[in-house]
Write a protein that binds this ligand. Structure first.
Ligand code: NAD
Length: 343
């Protein structure tokens, strides 16, 4: 530590490593500083050097550098365990990208080394603070929004297939369960405070890769809540990001721009009852729209952005033993769910 700042070296200078170095860590420069990066790819090292970032000649050089307090791992998923363990054994704290490991067994090895060495190991589950998810959390916890929530549907849909190189390969921990599932299940388990009762899932292989290019999972909780979680990479029309059903209303959040609405029962006593409507070549009363006055359409409630800095919290955990905002017990529960889905 120099001038009370934590010195961080980033391993992996691809998409996420670059994002961390330039976007986030530099914004927290009063208490964190990036002292350098390491990547196995010469091209990425050249890019780092061109932008004035120091490039370590080898991973071992980071481990041997007493100035480095912590490493940030942003490499493909299969390399996280070994890099984290070697770093902790060399006295470094670790921020690790999601998914922290390939499975719970690997993560347990990492937790054991964190405990043995007394080093901090914290996983970057950043999507807990996504505005759309915080909105869902608000709707879920404030009963007046849609009443008691009994069903949650959480989806991300793309039409670009699986991006990049290693995400196509099993050996590197590719596939959408480990890539996007980990975020959506982390959000779900952070939302619903109840043990899981059952898990059904179906992985898709539309693109012919050896890893899943999407999946559907149906999870029931012991408190009765049901969740449908879906990731797709061949969806040329996207379904809404969130669809939340409560016993008094339904909420929809279309996208990350927070387009959406709530339709809610007014509780008004109206005389008229729904009349049958023609639907297709049949007749239905069940599916007729509610009569006037029975429901109202509302905008999504105001929801405050999170006043949370993952990096500040990491600094506080390392320096004063603060409580981590992403706890390893929580990450472990998500990894266990991932294990059962992949099985
Ligand atoms: P990427 O392919 O863009 O970058 C990975 C980099 O790591 C490459 O430059 C590669 O050369 C380098 N690398 C590979 N093995 C290495 C090793 N052993 N030592 C040093 N460097 C090595 O991948 P990405 O999209 O940046 O993903 C990296 C990690 O970040 C993954 O675990 C991914 O799941 C995670 N990620 C997280 C988020 C998020 O929102 N939290 C978003 C994207 C990616």
């Amino acid at each position: 530590q120099v001038n009370n700042k934590l010195n961080i070296a980033t391993i992996g200078y691809g998409g996420m490593g670059t994002y961390h170095v330039h976007g986030l860590i530099s914004a927290e420069a009063d208490y964190l500083q990036v002292v350098g990066i390491y990547d196995i790819d010469q091209e990425r090292k050249d890019v780092a050097e061109e932008t004035g970032t120091y490039v370590y000649p080898a991973f071992e050089a980071i481990l041997d550098d007493p100035e480095v307090d912590a490493i940030l791992i942003a490499t493909p998923n299969d390399s996280h365990k070994e890099l984290a363990i070697r770093a902790m054994k060399s006295g470094k704290h670790v921020i690790c990208e999601k998914p922290v490991a390939m499975n719970t067994e690997e993560f347990d090895e990492m937790i054991t080394v964190a405990e043995e060495t007394g080093r901090v190991l914290m996983v970057h589950q950043n999507r807990r603070w996504d505005p759309d998810f915080l909105q869902v959390k608000d709707i879920f916890t404030k009963r007046q929004a849609v009443g008691d929530v009994f069903q949650i549907e959480s989806r991300v849909h793309g039409a670009n297939g699986i991006p990049g190189d290693w995400r196509h390969l099993k050996a590197h921990g590719g596939g959408m369960v480990l890539d996007w599932g980990i975020h959506l299940f982390d959000q779900l388990l952070w939302l619903v405070d109840s043990p899981i009762k059952s898990v059904h899932s179906d992985l898709s292989y539309i693109l012919g890769d050896e890893v899943d290019d999407g999946f559907m999972a149906y999870i029931t909780f012991e408190n009765g809540i049901r969740a449908h979680v879906e990731v797709g990479t061949s969806n040329f029309i996207s379904l809404p990001r969130w669809y939340i059903k409560g016993n008094q209303g339904t909420a929809i959040i279309e996208d990350w721009e927070m387009n959406g609405r709530i339709v809610k029962a007014t509780g008004n006593d109206v005389e008229n009852k729904p009349s049958p409507i023609r639907a297709g070549v049949g007749l239905t009363k069940t599916m007729a729209p509610p009569v006037d006055g029975v429901t109202e359409t509302l905008p999504l409630p105001e929801s405050k952005p999170a006043d949370v800095s993952f990096y500040r919290n990491f600094y506080d955990v390392v320096t004063v033993g603060a409580e981590p905002i992403v706890k390893n017990e929580e990450v472990r529960q998500v990894m266990q769910l991932i294990d059962s889905i992949l099985k």
